[in-house]
Design a protein. Structure first.
Ligand code: LR7
Ligand code: MN
Length: 548
C-alpha cells in the first residue's frame, strides 16, 4: 500500500515536471527523439539577452507549404512579383543578420504594453506569409504579443486561412469579398484586444528586438505613430539586405501624392537610437496606440484596395496633435516589389487617384490645387462621399494643412506659379460659380460651399481668372456682356484687374456686376458705390508667403 502511494506521488510529480517543461518549451529534444509531430521554433536572443521557444501547436509546416504550381514553375515571378520558388526554398524560420546599431542592444525595456499584430493579405505566397508570422513569434518576447490577426482579403486560396490558426496566437478572418488592404486592416483593428496595434505587410520578416523600441516609444509618447527602418528582402534571391544606418531616410512625397524616401533635414542631429520625425509613413509597417487610432477615425474606409491610406493617416496624426516617427532601433525586412502582382477591380490608376483625391479633398485645404495641377485628370474622377471624413476633421479640431507644410514638411515647396490669388470670389455668403446646366457656361452667384471646386478661382499675374481649365471671358459683341467661363485663350477678353474690390475688365474698362445673380453675371459701368460690384477677394499670394 505504502509502495503504491509512493509510486502515485512520483507519477504526479513527474507529470508536473513534464507539464512545466512542455510549457517552458524545453521538451523539444523529447518530441524530436520520439518523432512526435509537434513543431517548435526557438527564438534569437531578445533585446535583453533572453531566448524563448514557441510551439507551433498542431500546425505542420510540411503539409502547409505546398509544391509550386505549374505556372509558378514556368515563371516564378508571375503570381507574386517575387521569386516564389526561391522563397519556398528558404526555411520558414531562417536566421537574419541583426541589423541594429550597437547602441540599440544595450537598452533595457521594461513595462511595455502588449500588442496585437494585424496582417492583411491577398493571394500572398504561403511561404512568405508563414515566414512573416513565424518571424514575429520567433523574435518577440511572448508576453508582448497578444494575438496575430490575419485578415484574408478573399484570397483565391481559402485553405491558408484554415491551416494557419493551428499556430498558437494566430487567428484568421476571411473577408466575404475583396475589400482592399484599408478596410481589411480596419476590420483587424476592430477585432484587436491589445492597447497597441502593430501592422505588417504579409511578406515581412521582423528582426531581432524589432518590437520593444516601438512599444517603448508609444508608452513614452502615446500619440507617436512609429515605424521601423525597413530592410530590403530581395525579390529574386530573398537575400536580407541591411539598410544603411546613415543617413536614415525618412518619408516624403511630391504634390501628386507619390511617396518617396529622402534624407532628413540637414539641421537635425540624432543619436543612432533617437526616433526621427517623418512627414509621412510608407504605410505597411507601424505601431499605433489603439485608442489613438480609433480617435483618429481609423482609416478612411471609403478608400479601396491600395494606396493613399498612409497619407491620410500621416496627415491626420500630425495635424491632430501627434507625430509620425521612424524608430531606427526597430528593423523589419520587407519584400519591395516593382509591380502590383494582383488585379484592381477598377484599374490601379483609377483606384489610387480616387483614394488620393479623398485625401486631398479632406486634408489638404487650398493646397489640394497643387495635387490637381500635378494630376489634372483627377478632377474628373468620382471619389464618393467625404462629408463624414470632413466632419471627423472638424470634431478633432485639427490644424490646417498650411500648418503641416510649414512645420512638418517645409521642404515641399509650392510649385513655381504665376498665380496672384487663389480661392473664392465672394459677395457676402455668395460665391462666384459656374452654371453647369448651360452651354455656353454662364457664371452666377451661388451660396458658398466648401465642397464645390467650381467656386475656387485662380487669378493669374497676366490677368486671367481660371478654374478647371476655363477662364472668365467677356466681350460686348460675342458674349453680349455676359461673363462666361470659356476655354482659356490668352485673348484680351479674358484679362481682368483688381481695383478697390472691383473686378475690372481690361478690354472694356467695365466691372463684374451681380445685378442678375441667378441669370448670369454681367459687365456694367464701374460704380464705386454699387455693392453688387464689390467683391471679397482671397488674400494675395498667400500660399507663397510662409507666415500664414
Ligand atoms: O487588395 C488587397 N488586399 C490586401 O490585403 C491588396 C493588398 N493587400 C495586402 C497585401 O497582401 C499586403 O500584405 O496589403 C498589404 C500591402 O500590399 P502590397 O504589399 O502589395 O503593398 P506595397 O508594399 O507595394 O505598398 C505600400 O503602400 C501601400 C499603400 O496602400 C500600403 O501602405 C502597404 O502596406 C505599403 N507597404 C510598405 O509600406 C512597405 C514598404 C514599401 C514602401 C515604400
Ligand atoms: Mn508590401
Amino acid at each position: 500500500m505504502k509502495k503504491y502511494r509512493r509510486l502515485c506521488a512520483l507519477l504526479i510529480i513527474s507529470m508536473i515536471i513534464l507539464c512545466v517543461l512542455h510549457y517552458s518549451g524545453d521538451l523539444q529534444f523529447l518530441y524530436k527523439a520520439f518523432f512526435i509531430p509537434k513543431h517548435w521554433i526557438s527564438s534569437d536572443t531578445d533585446v535583453d539577452g533572453k531566448t524563448h521557444s514557441v510551439s507551433l501547436g498542431s500546425f505542420d509546416p510540411g503539409s502547409y507549404l505546398q509544391p509550386p504550381s505549374i505556372s509558378d514553375q514556368k515563371d516564378p515571378f508571375l503570381n507574386h512579383a517575387f521569386n516564389v520558388l526561391k522563397s519556398n526554398d528558404i526555411p520558414f524560420d531562417r536566421p537574419l543578420p541583426d541589423s541594429r546599431n550597437k547602441r540599440c542592444k544595450a537598452r533595457p525595456f521594461t513595462d511595455l504594453p502588449a500588442t496585437s499584430v494585424i496582417i492583411a493579405y491577398y493571394n500572398e505566397a504561403r511561404s512568405t506569409l508563414l515566414r512573416t508570422v513565424v518571424s514575429v513569434l520567433r523574435r518577440t518576447p511572448p508576453e508582448l504579443i497578444k494575438e496575430i490577426l490575419l485578415i484574408d482579403d478573399f484570397s483565391d486560396d481559402a485553405e491558408v486561412g484554415r491551416l494557419l490558426p493551428e499556430i498558437p496566437k494566430v487567428q484568421v478572418y476571411r473577408n466575404k469579398k475583396r475589400e482592399g488592404l484599408i478596410r481589411s486592416r480596419v476590420r483587424g483593428a476592430g477585432l484587436a484586444e491589445s492597447e497597441v496595434l502593430t501592422f505588417l505587410d504579409s511578406h515581412c520578416e521582423v528582426n531581432v528586438g524589432w518590437l520593444e523600441p516601438l512599444l517603448y516609444r508609444i508608452a513614452e509618447s502615446p500619440k507617436a505613430v512609429v515605424c521601423p527602418i525597413l530592410d530590403v528582402i530581395n525579390t529574386s534571391t530573398f537575400d536580407y539586405i541591411v539598410a544603411p544606418q546613415t543617413p536614415v531616410v525618412v518619408g516624403g512625397f511630391d504634390w501628386g501624392l507619390n511617396f518617396k524616401w529622402e534624407p532628413p533635414p540637414q539641421s537635425m542631429v540624432f543619436r543612432p537610437e533617437d526616433p526621427r520625425k517623418t512627414a509621412v509613413m510608407a504605410g505597411g509597417v507601424f505601431s499605433i496606440s489603439r485608442s489613438w487610432f480609433n480617435k483618429l477615425g481609423k482609416y478612411d474606409t471609403g478608400m479601396d484596395i491600395w494606396g493613399g491610406e498612409n497619407f491620410e493617416l500621416s496627415f491626420k496624426v500630425w495635424m491632430c496633435g501627434g507625430q509620425v516617427e521612424i524608430v531606427p532601433c526597430s528593423r523589419v525586412g520587407h519584400v519591395f516589389r516593382k509591380r502590383h502582382p494582383y488585379e484592381f477591380p477598377d484599374g490601379d490608376t483609377n483606384t489610387v487617384i480616387r483614394n488620393s483625391r479623398r485625401v486631398a479633398e479632406v486634408w489638404m485645404d487650398e493646397y489640394k490645387k497643387y495635387f490637381y495641377k500635378k494630376k489634372p485628370s483627377a478632377r474628373m474622377k468620382p471619389f464618393g462621399r467625404i462629408s463624414n471624413r470632413k466632419k471627423l476633421r472638424n470634431q478633432l479640431q485639427c490644424r490646417s494643412f498650411a500648418w503641416y507644410i510649414n512645420n512638418v514638411y517645409p521642404a515641399l515647396k509650392p510649385p513655381v506659379s504665376d498665380e496672384v490669388m487663389y480661392g473664392r470670389l465672394k459677395q457676402g455668403d455668395l460665391c462666384l460659380d459656374v452654371d453647369t446646366g448651360h452651354v455656353p457656361i454662364i457664371t452666377i452667384l451661388r451660396p458658398c460651399d466648401t465642397d464645390r471646386a467650381s467656386q475656387e478661382w485662380s487669378w493669374k499675374k497676366r490677368g486671367d481668372i481660371t478654374n478647371n481649365g476655363l477662364c472668365l471671358t467677356a466681350n460686348p459683341e460675342t458674349t453680349h456682356s455676359y461673363i462666361l467661363a470659356k476655354f482659356c485663350s490668352q485673348d484680351e477678353s479674358q484679362i481682368w484687374m483688381e481695383r478697390k474690390s472691383q473686378i475690372v475688365h481690361n478690354l472694356t474698362g467695365q466691372c463684374v456686376d451681380a445685378r442678375k445673380p441667378d441669370i448670369g453675371l454681367v459687365l456694367a459701368e464701374c460704380d464705386p458705390n454699387n455693392t453688387q460690384q464689390k467683391w471679397i477677394l482671397p488674400v494675395k499670394n498667400h500660399l507663397h508667403s510662409r507666415d500664414l
